[in-house]
Design a protein around this ligand. Structure first.
Ligand code: SF4
Length: 321
């Protein structure tokens, strides 16, 4: 297996050089994918990277909305998605026709959408946000603004609680973050009484209430590095444990199990579709290219650019090689 992987890594490196390509990877991808990526980050960091791309080809190891975001921000770059089936249950919970109708019912509302949406939804959005910058984005709007927030109701509820707003929430959720077991956190806390509980704001309120730190993947990663604690219970997709362990090898990271899932784990099955073999294949044949209607791209771009203007003042959370 190691020889196969070494050969694939060598092939990917050769193709990258030949084609002036780079690989972007989300924290939730497989460990060996994260290890060969030029940039590993959360949605915000990857979008910030896309703004400044010098490459001719980008292989986006993540899910489709992330590859679309790169295309929206870097229209002259060829963007490839290693597996065409890499969708997102959260993005899919917000379909264009339904959302158009919802928006029409509330014409005086500003639309804030989480970046986990299709390009179609972004084109109907006034300003995007990620879990890294959601509070700053919502706080940048007038106090009395009427706001629709889509598609994640858990993140929306969290922002409402933190900002005192009363945003109208779309009823969507991520199948991974909805699954964390409150009972398991309580049991694990008995086993590891010193451990800090870290949770992503896409988790349900019951989980967030038990958390010592709530934040985006990048914020949770930074917390594990800065905290004097040595044990952490992690309630977000388990791929992030790879970077946590790499950056703090002496500390212990325990994934919070789900209430119920077929794998008994908290993996995002979409993110895990990205493999070294598929990266090598799409790079070699330049397949699975993201194509987008130019009008749609320009419409969607506005909401992301507005977000980046606010976020770029807050620093860039990247793990670059
Ligand atoms: S973890 Fe959830 S929100 Fe993230 S890509 Fe997977 S399904 Fe979508």
């Amino acid at each position: 297996m190691a020889i196969v992987n070494n050969n694939l890594v060598a092939k990917i490196e050769r193709l990258k050089k030949q084609k002036n390509a780079i690989i972007l990877a989300h924290y939730y991808t497989l460990n060996d994918v994260q290890d060969i990526a030029d940039v590993v980050g959360d949605s915000l960091a990857l979008a910030q990277e896309a703004e400044h791309l010098q490459a001719d080809i980008v292989v986006m190891c993540g899910v489709r909305f992330m590859a679309e975001t790169v295309k929206i921000l870097a229209p002259n770059t060829k963007v490839l998605l290693p597996d065409w089936q890499a969708g997102c249950s959260l993005a899919e919970s917000c379909q264009l026709a339904d959302f158009e109708q919802f928006k029409q019912q509330h014409p005086d509302h500003i639309v804030v959408s989480y970046v986990n949406t299709t390009a179609d939804i972004k084109s109907l959005t006034d300003i995007c946000c990620t879990s890294s910058n959601a509070l700053a984005i919502v706080n940048s709007l007038p106090k009395d603004a009427k706001i629709i927030f889509a598609p994640d109701k858990n993140l929306g509820n969290y922002i409402n609680a933190q900002t005192g707003r009363n945003m109208l929430l779309w009823d969507g959720a991520c199948h991974v973050h909805e699954q964390f077991s409150v009972e398991s956190i309580v049991e694990l806390k008995q086993q590891y009484p010193q451990a800090k509980v870290l949770a992503h704001p896409e988790c349900k309120k019951q989980v967030l209430l038990l958390a010592d730190k709530i934040g985006s993947t990048a914020a949770l990663l930074a917390y594990t590095q800065q905290s004097p604690s040595t044990q952490f219970l992690i309630a977000t997709e388990a791929g992030i444990l790879h970077q946590m362990q790499k950056l703090s090898p002496q500390k212990q990271f325990i994934p919070v199990p789900p209430v119920d899932s077929t794998c008994g784990c908290t993996d995002c099955n979409y993110m895990k579709l990205n493999t070294l073999q598929k990266i090598a294949d799409v790079l070699e044949h330049e397949t699975n290219e993201i194509l987008m209607d130019e009008n749609l791209r320009q419409q969607a771009q506005k909401s992301i650019v507005r977000m980046l203007k606010i976020s770029n003042n807050n620093g860039n959370l990247l793990n670059k090689k």
